[in-house]
Ligand binder design. Structure first.
Ligand code: F6P
Length: 377
C-alpha cells in the first residue's frame, strides 16, 4: 500500500516530483528513472520527467505533451537494461549559461535559473531528482541555493566526480572499451600494425587507464600525465625488436603532449568544449617516428551506448531508490554517493567543487608501470 506523503522538515508535503536527466547520456539512466519512479509511487507521490534536460520547462511549447512526461509504473516497465534515457537529455543550453540573444543582436551566456525555479513552481513540482555529471549537478546546486528541494544522482562515464567512489555508466564504458581492445589485438597482430584507440573521459584519464590496463595495452596516454611521444615510439620499437611486431596504444581524448595543448574540436555558447582528435594526431606522429603502419580508432559515443553492466544497473537502481529515500526523510541539496558497502549523501556544493582526476600515486598507475605499460613519461 502507498505510504502517506511524508512531510519534509522545512516544507509542505511532497506530492509531485520531477526527474531531470542532463548532460551526456550514460548507461544506467533508465534504471535510475525506474527506481525513482517506483520508490516515489511507493511514497504516494506523482512523478513526471522533464524532457531534454530542462528544455521541457524552458520551452514547453516545443513538445506535444507540454514538456513533461507522466511517469507511472507501466511507463518504466522493462527499461532497466536499456541505454539512453526515456525522457531525453541535452548538453546544450546550460541554465546557468543560457545562450541568449542581446538587444544588439549578439549572443551572450545568461543565468536563467530564476526562470527555471518559476517554471518548476508553475508546474507544481515540489521536488526534483537531478541525474547528471558535474555540469548538471552544478545547476542542481544553484537551484538548491534558490530554495528548490533537489537531490542529485551522480552520472557520467568519465567517473570524474570526487565525492562518490564511482559514478554509474563508468563500468559499462570501461567494459566495452576493454572488449574493443581485445578485438583490436588480433587485427593488430595479424597486420603487424600499431593500433591507436581514442577513448572519451574529458579531462580525466579513468576510462583510458582502466580499460588500457585491463585490455593489456602497451601504452596509455592520459590527461594527468603529459606525454612525450618519443617514449611511446621507443616502446613500440623495443617490442618489435623482441619479436612483438604490433602494439596497442590507448589515448584519452583529453591527453596532451608535454608543453602542448589538448585537441579541442569546438566550443559553443552554453556548452562545454568538445574534445577529440588526439588519437589521430598520435597515430600519424607514431607512424612517422617508428616507420610502422599505424591506424587509429575513435570509440567515442559507442562508450555511452548499449546495455549497462550488472554493476551499473545495480548502482543505478540503488542511487535512484536512495534519492527518493533522501527526499522522503527531508534531505535536500545533497548528492547520493557510493561509499561501499552503502550509499551516503554529500552536499551538492561539495560534490561539484573538485574534479576527480587520476592520482599519479594510485595503484592502477603503479600497476601499469610495473607491468611495463608506457605512460608516455
Ligand atoms: O561527459 C561525457 C562525455 O561523453 C565525455 O566523455 C565527452 O568528452 C563528452 O561527453 C562528449 O559530449 P558530446 O555528446 O557533446 O559529444
Amino acid at each position: 500500500m502507498a505510504k502517506a506523503a511524508r512531510t519534509s522538515s522545512r516544507r509542505k508535503p511532497i506530492r509531485r516530483i520531477a526527474i531531470n536527466t542532463g548532460g551526456g547520456d550514460a548507461p544506467g539512466l533508465n534504471a535510475v528513472i525506474r527506481a525513482v519512479v517506483l520508490s516515489a509511487l511507493n511514497e504516494g507521490w506523482e512523478v513526471v520527467g522533464i524532457r531534454d534536460g530542462y528544455n521541457g520547462i524552458f520551452r514547453p511549447e516545443d513538445y506535444p505533451d507540454g514538456g513533461l512526461v507522466p511517469l507511472n509504473r507501466s511507463r518504466v516497465r522493462g527499461i532497466t537494461h536499456l541505454g539512453g534515457t526515456i525522457i531525453g537529455t541535452t548538453n546544450r543550453g546550460n541554465p546557468l549559461k543560457y545562450p541568449t540573444k542581446m538587444p544588439d543582436g549578439s549572443m551572450k551566456e545568461v543565468d536563467r535559473t530564476d526562470d527555471l525555479v518559476r517554471g518548476l513552481q508553475d508546474q507544481q513540482i515540489d521536488a526534483v531528482v537531478a541525474i547528471g555529471g558535474d555540469g548538471s549537478l552544478t545547476i542542481a546546486n544553484a537551484l538548491a541555493m534558490k530554495g528548490v528541494r533537489i537531490v542529485g544522482v551522480p552520472k557520467t562515464i568519465d567517473n570524474d566526480l570526487s565525492k562518490t567512489v564511482v559514478t554509474f555508466g563508468f563500468d559499462t564504458a570501461v567494459s566495452f572499451a576493454t572488449e574493443c581492445l581485445d578485438r583490436l589485438h588480433s587485427t593488430a597482430e595479424a597486420h603487424r600494425r600499431v593500433m591507436v584507440v581514442e577513448v572519451m573521459g574529458r579531462y580525466a584519464g579513468w576510462i583510458a587507464l582502466n580499460s588500457g590496463v585491463a585490455g593489456t595495452a602497451d601504452a596509455i596516454l592520459i590527461p594527468e600525465i603529459p606525454f612525450d611521444l618519443r617514449k611511446v615510439a621507443t616502446k613500440v620499437l623495443r617490442r618489435a625488436g623482441a619479436g612483438r611486431n604490433f602494439a596497442i596504444v590507448v589515448v584519452a581524448e583529453g591527453a596532451k603532449p608535454k608543453g602542448g595543448r589538448r585537441s579541442v574540436l569546438e566550443k559553443q555558447l552554453g556548452a562545454a568544449e568538445r574534445l577529440g582528435g588526439m588519437g589521430e594526431k598520435v597515430a600519424l606522429a607514431l607512424g612517422q617516428m617508428t616507420g610502422k603502419e599505424t591506424r587509429h580508432v575513435v570509440l567515442g559515443h559507442l562508450l555511452r551506448g548499449g546495455t549497462p553492466t550488472a554493476f551499473d544497473r545495480l548502482l543505478s537502481l540503488r542511487f535512484g531508490a536512495a534519492a527518493v529515500r533522501a527526499l522522503a526523510s527531508g534531505r535536500r541539496g545533497v548528492m547520493v554517493a557510493l561509499d561501499p558497502p552503502t550509499v551516503r549523501y554529500v552536499p551538492l556544493a561539495q560534490a561539484t567543487k573538485r574534479m576527480k582526476v587520476v592520482p599519479l600515486d594510485c595503484d592502477t598507475v603503479e600497476t601499469a608501470r610495473e607491468l611495463g605499460v608506457c605512460l608516455g613519461d
